[in-house]
Write a protein that binds this ligand. Structure first.
Ligand code: NAP
Length: 332
């Protein structure tokens, strides 16, 4: 029997990689996309013809219930979110409504229709927030620092409550930063890959950055979506911390990106003190031992390979005129 997977946020970075994985596994893939975001289906490229799209406003409880009732999916992946954290300060209520509201509506729909659907919630390492230990694992306390993280935590607990009270097969992946050529340019790694490629082609000359010593656990989106899928294939629904467990500084990222295009980054990077943030005492870095043990999951793409993939793709896109070059103005 062909399995149906329902995805919110299908037009995002993870939606793309997850759809690709599921289609290759023989799933019927259905994306729920609000009417006003239909133009973004173009981001799916050729995959747009292989998935089905239901036009649904994710804030519409009845519409979501109807979609779940009609489609009766074996798996739901709830990925939709305004994912650029700083934006959540401008719209805390909208952030909460979309992130927490969608998770709650979908879980309630599964419960009310009485399905045995397996549910994945896209949780975030941002929920750990103001950490007092490194690395973090599934037992680390949550101390969210922004409206995005608070909304994600609310959604996460709603998922746990539906599992505990109603016995739903509900899981979440607490994912650390993951990147790809599909990452939006306001995120630091893509900002850097685009700048390195633009400078190489003589389309711009400088890259403005803040704290080069800031460190992150950066993985490849294609690896991280594999962990999501694996979570829904095991017998017990649980939470999993998903990250590489390795920290790299922004300086290393810049250096690796410019190395890909044989340029000396120190000639092009300008430090903008407006972009500096206070140093973090403890770093957000994953301890993915549980995922390795119970899911057999391990990242396959190294930091260097990831950077190479991103810079190479940006070079090709710029050369073909598919995207605009980086501007020298700061975006982060
Ligand atoms: P992304 O590329 O920003 O994709 C987000 C998706 O959510 C897109 O399909 C987007 O639609 C949709 N969306 C945003 N605002 C919406 C709204 N108001 N109504 C309906 N849909 C909306 O994010 P991603 O990197 O794929 O991340 C997937 C999920 O994992 C997100 O929930 C994110 O918060 C979470 N996460 C990501 C990371 C990471 O490092 N990437 C880490 C931890 C957790 P449009 O295409 O129309 O904009």
């Amino acid at each position: 029997m062909t399995k149906t997977a329902l995805i919110t946020g299908i037009t995002g970075q993870d939606g793309y990689y997850l759809s690709h994985l599921l289609l290759n596994q023989g799933y019927r893939v259905v994306g729920l996309v609000p009417p006003h975001r239909q133009p973004n289906l173009a981001k799916l490229g050729t995959l747009a013809h292989q998935v089905e799209i239901y036009t649904v406003d994710l804030r519409d409880t009845l519409a979501l219930l109807t979609a779940v009732e009609q489609l009766r999916p074996q798996e739901i992946y709830n990925l939709a979110a305004p994912s650029f954290v700083p934006d959540s300060w401008n719209d805390p209520l909208g952030t909460l409504d979309l992130i927490t509201g969608t998770a709650t509506r979908l879980l309630e729909a599964v419960r009310q229709v009485g399905l045995s659907t397996r549910f994945y919630q896209a949780s975030s390492s941002e929920m750990f927030g103001d950490v007092d230990r490194s690395p973090q694992d599934e037992e680390t306390p949550f101390r969210p620092k922004n409206p995005y993280a608070a909304a994600k935590l609310h959604a996460h607990w709603t998922m746990v409550h539906h599992r505990q009270r109603y016995g739903l097969f509900a899981c979440s992946g607490i994912l650390y930063n993951h990147e790809s050529p599909l990452r939006a340019p306001q995120f630091v790694p893509r900002k850097i890959s685009l700048a390195a490629a633009s400078i190489k082609l003589g389309l711009t000359d400088t890259l403005e950055m803040g704290n080069l010593d800031a460190k992150r656990d950066w993985g490849f989106a294609g690896d991280h979506v594999e962990a999501m899928w694996r979570m829904l294939q095991v017998d017990e629904p649980e939470e999993y911390v998903i990250g590489t467990g390795k920290l790299h500084s922004v300086r290393e990222l810049v250096s690796a990106a410019f190395e890909c295009v044989n340029l000396d980054w120190t000639r092009h990077v300008v430090i903008n003190t407006d972009l500096l943030r206070p140093d973090e005492h403890f770093q957000l870095v994953a301890n993915p031992t549980k995922a390795k043990k119970k899911l057999g999951w391990e990242p396959q793409v190294s930091f260097e390979e990831l950077v190479q993939k991103m810079v190479q793709t940006d070079l090709e896109r710029l050369q073909s005129g598919a995207i605009a070059p980086a501007t020298s103005s700061p975006s982060v």
